[in-house]
Design a protein around this ligand. Structure first.
Ligand code: THU
Length: 135
């Protein structure tokens, strides 16, 4: 399937995943969808708990789900919110995306449907990686 078709399916999947967001404390709903090398799409949403720091972001839900289902190579990640501005992944998610997926394409989707494309490396210069302590 052509790249732009896969990417528009990925964006739709992230928007759909947003409808499952469980954000009773912030009401800030986020959906994410990751595209695997084999063309599969795995989705996730943010899930908040009353012990707030245990909340998980949509990006990590999607990537942890995908990795736990055996997917190891990823092409792109779409993130959808209901916000008027583009929302980019938090610092914790940037690190997790880098470690599990590398410098993949990111698509940030805001409420009016506009999409911003970027590469993870533009958000995470000089990343920490496990090779740092494997030598
Ligand atoms: N959140 C995400 O799911 N992804 C982001 O990129 C930013 C923040 C969630 C965490 C929390 O549930 C809510 O948004 C407000 O911070």
């Amino acid at each position: 399937m052509k790249r732009h078709v896969q990417y528009s399916r990925l964006i739709s999947a992230a928007k759909k995943a947003k409808t499952q967001a469980f954000a009773p404390f912030s009401n800030f709903k986020v959906g994410a969808a990751v595209l695997t090398a084999s063309g599969k799409i795995i989705t996730g949403c943010n899930i908040e708990v009353s012990s707030l720091s245990l909340t998980i972001c949509a990006e990590r839900t999607a990537l942890f789900k995908a990795r736990s289902e055996g997917h190891k190579v990823f092409r792109a990640l779409a993130i959808a919110t209901d916000q008027p501005e583009f929302i980019s992944p938090c610092g914790a998610c940037r690190q997790v995306i880098y470690e599990l997926a590398g410098d993949i394409d990111l698509m940030l989707c805001r409420k009016d449907g506009k999409v911003k494309d970027l590469k993870l490396a533009s958000l995470l210069p000089l990343p920490f990686f496990k090779s740092t302590f494997s030598s």
